[in-house]
Design a protein around this ligand. Structure first.
Ligand SMILES: [Zn+2]
Ligand SMILES: [Zn+2]
Ligand SMILES: [Zn+2]
Length: 154
């Protein structure tokens, strides 16, 4: 509950900075993502959940809201190769790390598993040293077979 408060406060603060209104829809979309932390949801999945509380919301509004939340760095997204973008609560709000977690993608069941150890500090420093490029974030995907699928196989 306290976390939810924090999330709402940060959203309100960011919206204010951008001169945008705090709307019920914006809060709801972010809250749904927070309540489903660890899940990687399409805009349609999010729409389904939000419309349970707020039947008047349209899918287009959910899309626009997600884009806005992404611009404000409050949500993270990953592009899976099925053409669907998945969203999740932003790493700044999860409080787990400075950067987005890595994603383990099962080639059999298509499960997406978050892996929170960044372990890229050396590489990030090296990149900055060699190129002067400052890394803000990264999106790393590993493909393979999850534990469940491996067990079924054996
Ligand atoms: Zn990193
Ligand atoms: Zn699997
Ligand atoms: Zn993720």
């Amino acid at each position: 509950m306290e976390q939810q408060r924090k999330t709402e406060d940060l959203l309100k603060q960011r919206l204010k900075e951008k001169g945008l209104k705090v709307t019920h829809q914006r809060i709801l979309v972010l809250t749904v993502l927070e309540q489903n932390s660890g899940m990687h949801m399409t805009a349609e999945d999010i729409y389904e959940l939000v419309s349970q509380d707020y039947p008047d919301i349209g899918l287009a509004t959910v899309y626009r809201t997600l884009q806005l939340l992404w611009d404000m760095q409050l949500v993270d997204r990953i592009n899976l190769d099925d053409g669907c973008v998945r969203y999740e609560i932003g790493h700044l709000l999860r409080g787990d790390a400075q950067h987005n977690h890595h994603h383990l993608i099962c080639r059999k069941c298509n499960k997406v598993i978050p892996f929170t150890d960044d372990l890229l500090d050396d590489l990030e420093h090296h990149i900055e040293e060699v190129t002067g490029f400052h890394v803000l974030d990264h999106e790393l995907k590993f493909y393979g077979f999850c534990r469940d699928c491996m067990e079924k196989e054996n």
